[in-house]
Structure formats: C-alpha cells, structure tokens
Design a protein around this ligand. Structure first.
Ligand SMILES: NC(=O)c1ccc[n+]([C@@H]2O[C@H](COP(=O)([O-])OP(=O)(O)OC[C@H]3O[C@@H](n4cnc5c(N)ncnc54)[C@H](OP(=O)(O)O)[C@@H]3O)[C@@H](O)[C@H]2O)c1
Length: 338
C-alpha cells in the first residue's frame, strides 16, 4: 500500500566511488505488522563510514552486500505504527536512511536503536548533526576516549567537516588551544574565522608534519583523528609526552589508499602515548549528558554547524561522493521531503 525509493549498492567501488556504483529502486511496503513502525524519512545523513562498509571485509558494521540497500542515520515522521510507544506524527531518528520510507522494528535489539526526537526549537536535521550521532562522536572522542584535561592542546583533522567542527568548537569552548586541518583555503578560513580555532592549515599545502609544526610549534596533547594515514603519523610526531589520540575514523583510507601507514610507532612508546579507537554505540550511557551540555550551546549559537544540503534521494550518491572528496562544508545532508 505504500511505495518509496531506496538506494542500492550495485558495484563495490574501486577507489573513489562513482554514481554508477549506486542504483535507485522502488520498494512496496504493507501496513506495519505487530511491532513495526513505518516512517517517512525527512532528512538523511551522509557519513564517510558508509564508504568503508561498501568494501568487502570487516568494518564497524557489516559491509553492504552488492544488490542490497545502503543504510545510515536518518530522521523521519511515523506514518503508520503497530508498535507501542510510536504514534503517527512522532519524529524518530534511526539507522534506515538511504530510502524514502523505512520499516523499523524498535523492539529488536540494535546497537543504535530508534530514538524519539521532541520538538525543541532546533531544526530537525540538527538531530543528525551537532545534536545527533555526529556531535555525539565529537563528545565521546574528546571527553571519554581522549579524556581531555585542562590545559591540553588539541589537534582536530577534517576540522571543517561534521564531526571535526564540533570537536574543535567543544575544545575551544572549554578553553583549550585548538588547531585544525582541512583540504582548502576556504575551509581553513572558516575554521579560524567562524569556528574559533586558534590556527588551522590546508593539508594539501605540504607535508602534514611540517604544517602542523608551523601552526603549533609547541606540540599537542590530544589528537582527534578523523583521517588516519599521514595525519595520524604527523600527530604522533607532534605529541608531547603522555598525549592521547582519539581514533574516530580514518577517511583517508576508506577509498583503499593505505600507503601512508605509521612509520613512527616507537614514538608511541617513547612518549608513553595512548591511541584509542571508539564507536559511539558503545557509549550510549553518555547520551543524556551530551544533550544536556550541547543543546544549550547549539540553541544559543555558541556552537555552530554549517550544513551542505542537497534535495532528493536521487541526488544522494553524487552528494556522498562530493562529501568524501571534500566538496562539502560542515554536516552533509540530503533533504528527502521539500
Ligand atoms: N567512531 C565513530 O563512532 C564515528 C561516528 C561518526 C563518524 N565517524 C568518523 O568521523 C570522521 C568524520 O566524519 P564526518 O561525518 O564528520 O565527515 P566530514 O568530515 O563531514 O566529511 C569527510 C571529510 O573528510 C575529508 N577528507 C576526505 N579524504 C581525506 C583525506 N584523504 N585526507 C584528509 N581529509 C580527507 C574531506 O574534507 P577536506 O576538504 O578537509 O579534505 C571530507 O569532506 C570519519 O572518519 C567518520 O568515519 C566515526
């Protein structure tokens, strides 16, 4: 009785994905069965981690099968429900993005279960950005994984992006010196002028180690790593004793380029560094604390998040490819209903 489009993986990308790796398909949905909820997605998030899951092999979540639909974070409105606690009109954040309609089973165990969003005066899509999994990744990485301490100097990579822009601002708002890297002059200016970073550099200008030393000659205590590869090696080189690295992601490797691995791991020993990976799904006990702290910052405008928005599910693959290539600023989103 209901019909909506979804995006499927039709070929595993080799290197940078191309639009031919994706296909649109129309799916019919019956009325929800007991325990199910049918949601009309309003916004979906574009996340680099989806690229990692397009590869064959282990990732932070099962890799996508060729021929199957993609998924990822989305926010939508319940249009039919046979599940207690969910009523038509409810707004829900969930993991069944990359489609217009989503059939959810909230009672089935999941690492990131569907979550209600209450109207709170912030734009709905902020619940995919600064007040969603994106902002939460920044919060967990800084305050739990890296255990930020007073006086720490912080370095954030992909700092003009969704997670990085929040991580940098949260550090700055707590009084830390914070430096960032990004892939264009415009992004570098944005990081310093609008996001309050103390300094930033364009990693395409030269070796990351040299650029990092130029903007932060005294070294760093915490590295919030979105990028991996050369950035990670350079950050280890710039670390002071007992520094900590929060490994959030390694976007420089998702398209298959693993040629820039670590060559200086002995510095991890000699400087007694801690490198720790994290996944937000393991830290949901921090969710309420995160919202309590970050919601007022977003509502007051102290923490800003730019959005790069395209309209229509059919444009999601191209927008995703652009995001991976550095063509977007802030949180990358697809608006599914005009
Ligand atoms: N651990 C978790 O639970 C968790 C949760 C959410 C996200 N993540 C991770 O967090 C990271 C950031 O995600 P996001 O959603 O905020 O994405 P984003 O930063 O908004 O977008 C990705 C950006 O990465 C940069 N980039 C791409 N290739 C690069 C390369 N080779 N070297 C350096 N920079 C490169 C590009 O910006 P430039 O123009 O600056 O190159 C691109 O726009 C990703 O690694 C993601 O997988 C982890």
């Amino acid at each position: 009785v209901f019909s909506g489009r979804e995006i499927r993986l039709v070929a595993r990308p080799r290197g940078n994905p191309v639009t031919e790796d994706f296909a649109l398909a129309v799916v019919q949905y019956d009325e929800p069965a007991p325990g199910q909820v049918l949601v009309r997605n309003l916004w979906m998030s574009l996340d680099p981690g989806v690229r990692a899951r397009m590869n064959h092999g282990p990732s932070y979540a099962p890799s996508f099968n060729v021929g199957s639909s993609l998924d990822g974070s989305a926010v939508g409105e319940v249009i039919a429900s046979a599940c207690e606690g969910f009523l038509p009109g409810d707004l829900v954040v969930h993991r069944a993005g990359w489609r217009e309609l989503a059939l959810l089973q909230p009672g089935v165990a999941s690492s990131l279960p569907p979550r209600h969003v209450r109207p709170d005066g912030v734009p709905l899509q902020a619940h995919l950005g600064a007040l969603g999994h994106t902002g939460f990744a920044a919060y967990v990485g800084l305050f739990e994984t890296a255990a930020l301490r007073p006086g720490d100097v912080v370095f954030v990579s992909a700092a003009a992006g969704a997670v990085g822009s929040v991580a940098g601002q949260l550090s700055g708002l707590r009084g830390h010196k914070v430096v960032g890297s990004a892939g264009s002059e415009a992004k570098v200016r944005h990081i310093v002028d609008n996001l309050g970073f103390d300094a930033a550099f364009n990693y395409r200008d030269g070796p990351v180690a040299e650029e990092l030393h130029r903007v932060c000659p005294g070294g760093i205590d915490v590295y919030f790593d979105n990028v991996g590869g050369e950035h990670l090696e350079s950050a280890i080189g710039a670390m002071r004793d007992h520094g900590r690295v929060a490994l959030c992601g390694s976007v420089s490797t998702y398209n298959g380029d693993t040629s820039k691995g670590l060559r200086n791991e002995f510095q991890v020993v000699s400087k007694r560094l801690t490198l720790r990976g994290f996944l937000i799904a393991d830290h949901l006990h921090m969710w309420d604390r995160f919202l309590e702290e970050v919601t007022p910052l977003v509502m007051s405008g102290q923490l800003v998040q730019r959005e790069s928005v395209v309209d229509g599910l059919e444009n999601a693959p191209a927008a995703f490819i652009s995001m991976l290539a550095g063509g977007t600023l802030g949180k990358s989103l697809v608006r599914l209903v005009p």
